[in-house]
Design a protein around this ligand. Structure first.
Ligand code: MN
Length: 267
């Protein structure tokens, strides 16, 4: 790399959190914050650098005020929200139903703050699965807490034993932004590892893809900037199953938006 080459894009990924660490891993009484490597490898495969952005516990030695969210936003070119646990229904004004899974209010609050701060700065945000749902909540939307329990659909959006090998088809809306990312692809197959989904759309978001039962599978902020959520895990679409929607066009669009934002700031 020459001295004149522009610095590579720096993409932040907020972590998954594991508080009850299995004994055999060591870490007795500790909390793990981690990223699933497919997410990082997907970003890195297209030339960007990935950094994890840990949350700060209220009672830790570092106080949140010491590393503020505005500092994080200023230092990074974009944000990716990983999959993970259910979002606490209290964040969107609902009471938890019997079908809700484990929740983590700290992760919710931190990621909601990150999304809003990146969006306000005009820096791209990409949400995957839980991250897609979190974007919706960040802009005032709500979620189905459990697609089966809530009677939304009988179609299967999650099969524990199949995990990332479970898939279904979806339709990409004609004329949408997502259709421009995947020209000529009106129908596609994606993995499906979720039991929740968007109920009421958040302010300023538009749905761009749906499974055949009408569940929203992709959203985008219709204003300026790049705010995109997908209900599937493109990071698991690694080419082993060529029948699945290619992941790279989506990541390229995200990184192009990050590069454009950096160039605009340099003017
Ligand atoms: Mn699905």
């Amino acid at each position: 790399m020459t001295g004149n080459a522009p610095a590579r894009l720096l993409i932040g990924v907020s972590p998954r959190i594991l508080r009850q660490v299995p004994v055999e891993l060591g870490f007795r009484g500790k909390t793990l914050q981690y990223l699933e490597q497919s997410v990082a490898h997907w970003v890195m495969s297209l030339g960007a650098i990935v950094v994890m952005v840990p949350t700060v516990e209220r009672d830790s030695l570092i106080r949140p005020s010491d590393v503020d969210v505005p500092d994080i936003v200023q230092s990074l070119d974009g944000l990716i929200l990983q999959g993970g646990a259910d979002i606490d229904p209290r964040t969107y004004g609902e009471v938890a139903s019997h079908a809700i899974g484990p929740v983590d209010g700290l992760r919710d609050r931190f990621e909601l703050t990150l999304v809003r701060a990146f969006a306000a700065a005009g820096k791209p945000v990409l949400g995957l699965c839980r991250g897609h749902q979190l974007i919706n909540v960040a802009f005032g939307g709500t979620l189905w807490q459990d697609l089966k329990f809530d009677g939304v659909t009988d179609a299967c959006h999650v099969r524990a034993e199949a995990y990332d090998e479970h898939s279904h088809t979806l339709s990409i809306g004609a004329g949408t932004w997502l259709a421009s990312v995947y020209p000529g692809v009106a129908e596609a197959r994606v993995n499906s590892i979720h039991h929740q989904a968007i109920k009421r759309l958040g302010d300023g978001l538009v749905a761009e893809a749906w499974s055949s039962d009408g569940v929203i599978e992709a959203v985008r902020g219709h204003g300026e900037g790049f705010i995109v959520g997908v209900q599937w895990h493109p990071e698991f679409h690694d080419g082993r199953d060529p029948g699945l929607l290619a992941a790279d066009p989506l990541m390229r669009a995200f990184l192009e938006a990050a590069a454009a934002r950096r160039s605009a700031a340099a003017l």
